[in-house]
Design a protein around this ligand. Structure first.
Ligand SMILES: Cc1cc2nc3c(=O)[nH]c(=O)nc-3n(C[C@H](O)[C@H](O)[C@H](O)COP(=O)(O)O)c2cc1C
Length: 254
């Protein structure tokens, strides 16, 4: 054990490291447009991905792969898929407030996060095609997604700790977008692109978004029914509140 960890081993009253961590956690803020003139030093990519590397994962499978995209042409072409998705959503009348995805091309830091769903085999599954197996496989997919999200979050916090703003983009999960994007980055068919992590200095002053209070999200020992929301209440939230808490900077609502 190192001296530093010895010193803190049983001192649970020392809040200094928590406070330092919370400073980073609280100030991790999403922006959707960056200063394109800034170049991320290679060392920063490595520091950020080193944080991801230490993430926890089901069965310690570490089912993630990170593709650092530095070529502007690739960023531009990926951004185009998002624009197409935006147009498709507008046509489908999905009514999901869509940000201006042109901001993707402005991101100095750009990491595509992929995973291989064959890793579900590493988690508790029967592999016999039974109904029970289907249920275990469903949970195994959740284990995989949570694992990649855990590593991704570490990367986002590391980027925030280095002073960057971040953008977690998942709007590319659909099959057509995957098909279009994978060849561009040489990603094998077996892998899926789960999200894109953008980071860099912001184009405009970032702002802190609304967060639920602790009282709203926590129950002790048993689920407090006061927190239960009916379908109608959730529909009401989606209709009246969602767009206000997602972004002030939404270019259009479709
Ligand atoms: C799993 C996940 C998926 C997200 N997907 C998108 C996305 O596709 N497009 C987008 O503009 N923002 C996306 N975001 C960013 C959220 O909109 C943002 O985190 C949220 O509004 C809270 O703001 P904050 O990050 O500043 O706290 C995503 C965030 C998470 C964690």
């Amino acid at each position: 054990m190192s001296q530093a960890s010895d010193k803190h081993a049983h001192d649970f009253s020392d809040r200094s490291r928590y406070d330092a961590l919370m400073e980073v956690v609280r100030n991790r803020m999403t922006v959707r447009a960056f200063d394109p003139g800034y170049a991320v030093p290679r060392e920063h990519y490595e520091l950020i991905l080193d944080a991801a590397r230490h993430g926890p994962s089901g069965a310690n499978a570490q089912p993630w792969h990170f593709i650092v995209v530095t070529e502007q042409d690739l960023k531009d072409r990926i951004m185009e898929y998002f624009r197409e998705e935006q147009v498709a959503r507008a046509k489908l009348r999905m009514k999901f407030p869509t940000p201006d995805y042109r901001g993707l091309a402005s991101a100095p830091g750009f990491i595509v996060i992929a995973s291989d769903f064959r890793w579900v085999k590493a988690f508790p599954v029967l592999n016999d095609g039974s109904e029970l197996d289907r249920m275990y496989k469903e949970n195994a997919e959740r284990i995989l997604l949570q694992s990649v999200a855990a590593a991704t979050m570490s990367a986002h916090l590391a980027a925030a700790a280095l002073g960057y703003n971040v953008w977690w983009v998942t709007a590319i999960g659909q099959e057509q977008a995957q098909k279009a994007m994978k060849p561009l980055l040489g990603i094998p068919d077996e892998l899926s692109v789960l999200d894109i992590m953008c980071f860099g200095p912001p184009a405009r002053q970032p702002y802190k978004r609304w967060k639920k209070s602790l009282g709203e999200i926590v129950s002790w020992n048993r689920f407090d029914r006061a927190h239960y929301m009916t379908d109608a209440q959730i529909d009401e939230w989606v209709a009246t509140t969602r767009h206000k808490v997602m972004y002030k900077d939404a270019g259009n609502v479709d």
